[in-house]
Ligand binder design. Structure first.
Ligand code: SF4
Ligand code: SF4
Length: 82
């Protein structure tokens, strides 16, 4: 599934440069994840890199974008045309 940044985000900018799918943007109030671009890092890493670098653990699963690992792999391939 795609991930979601909660309102607890402190806009520290740690996650944005780490996203291999350029799914993270600054957003209007707090940083945001574009769900159509987030593969939960499937295709690149074993675990979501944004979660690994976030100092306050404010990145959670997006309940509106439930996807299996297989679906995330298809998404990865579509985004990266491999
Ligand atoms: S899980 Fe990976 S692809 Fe999704 S927003 Fe975080 S860094 Fe980007
Ligand atoms: S790393 Fe966490 S606190 Fe920092 S901008 Fe990203 S989501 Fe917000």
């Amino acid at each position: 599934m795609a991930l979601l940044i909660t309102d607890a985000c402190i806009n520290c900018d740690m996650c944005l440069p780490e996203c291999p799918n350029t799914a993270i943007t600054e957003g209007k109030k707090v940083y945001e994840i574009e769900p159509l671009r987030c593969t939960e890092c499937v295709g690149f890493y074993d675990n979501p890199t944004c979660i690994a670098v976030c100092p306050i653990n404010c990145i959670i699963p997006n309940p509106q974008y439930i996807e299996s690992k297989e679906e995330l792999l298809v998404k990865f391939k579509a985004l990266n045309i491999v």
